[in-house]
Design a protein around this ligand. Structure first.
Ligand code: ASN
Ligand code: ZN
Length: 322
């Protein structure tokens, strides 16, 4: 809808403003020991200037501002997912500071990674609540930073949809792990709580049932496909990066469900191995990514393993592998 593309336009604009003033205010550097995060949460006080006023540093107690404290906790949970499940020490695996800004802009209806930090809008309160309400959204944005450091994946077409899907996968895993949920207990929703009660929808996206997250008079219907048969060819959204991500999202969900237990332990480990194994290219497509997940499953667990079987089943289920 016009409303959403306006947000995207603002996102691009903000990115340019940030670059323009980069080099001015020095950003804090990470100095944490391995296993410890270095979080810095800022308040933009409804301006679109980054990073804004520093309001909560690592180790400081609650600020009393829900957006600040949700961002702080979300960054912590995401740091712990990457460290405790995958032995990764922050965005660059070298203790990089986790920089976030909340209250970005007025009624700003998005969250993004700008190449250096995470940024969260407050929403307009009519359709969208503040973007820190969902831990998976905070983790999604942080994962954009990890991908920037690990994989070339261009942000367009199938490679862009893979980029988006990886952010949803690790976003959901951060939430599942924080809540101690098994694959059956998890809701597999991205952005639950983001819509106000005026919107007919549960969340921004559903990994289990792409296309079913919302169906609203103003927002329209969730456009995500969950199978290659329904792949969306479009110029919008960088070639549908937030649309076709439904296909690899569902492949991950199917693989995780086939394995059972905690999704971050085996399915998540295989996806993480693939994210960091250096064979992903700028234009890697779904099929190339699928083959790499299969290869990583076989390397880690064996060619005839349950894990490799589950991964193959996941990609078959969405029509990427035959
Ligand atoms: N929330 C979006 C994302 O992180 C912002 C964007 O379109 N870049 O994917
Ligand atoms: Zn994203």
């Amino acid at each position: 809808s016009a409303r959403l593309s306006e947000s995207a336009r603002q996102t691009l604009l903000a990115d340019r403003q940030f670059r323009a003033r980069a080099g001015g205010v020095p950003l804090p550097q990470g100095s944490a020991r391995r296993g410890e995060s270095a979080r810095y949460v800022h308040d933009a006080e409804q301006h679109q200037i980054l990073p804004g006023r520093l309001v909560r540093r690592e180790g400081e107690g609650d600020s009393g501002d829900p957006a600040v404290d949700e961002a702080y906790h979300g960054l912590g949970a995401t740091y712990r997912l990457f460290w405790e499940a995958f032995e990764r020490h922050s965005i660059d695996d070298d203790g990089m500071a986790l920089l976030a800004t909340v209250h970005y802009g007025k009624d700003y209806e998005n969250a993004f990674w700008d190449g250096r930090q995470m940024v969260f809008g407050d929403g307009d309160g009519e359709l969208f609540n503040r973007f820190t309400v969902a831990l998976d959204i905070v983790a999604h944005e942080l994962t954009h930073g990890v991908i920037q450091h690990e994989a070339a994946l261009a942000y367009a077409g199938q490679s862009g949809a893979l980029n988006e899907s990886l952010c949803d996968v690790f976003g959901s895993l951060a939430k599942q792990r924080e809540l101690g949920q098994s694959v059956d207990e998890a809701d597999w929703l991205i952005g639950k709580g983001l819509f106000t009660e005026r919107v007919a929808g549960r969340a921004l996206r559903s990994m289990a049932n792409p296309g079913s997250a919302y169906d609203d008079p103003l927002l329209g219907r969730d456009p995500q496909p969950g199978h290659m048969d329904a792949f969306v060819v479009t110029e919008a959204d960088n070639g549908g990066v937030h649309i076709n991500s439904g296909i690899p999202n569902r492949a991950f969900h199917l693989a995780a469900m086939a394995l059972g237990g905690h999704a971050w332990e085996r399915a998540g480990r295989i996806w993480y191995d693939t994210l960091v194994d250096r064979r992903l290219e700028q234009d890697s497509d779904f099929a190339a990514f699928a083959m790499l997940t299969l290869d990583n499953a076989e390397r880690r667990y064996g060619a005839a393993s349950t894990e490799a079987g589950a991964v193959r089943e996941g990609w078959r289920g969405v029509g990427v592998l035959t």
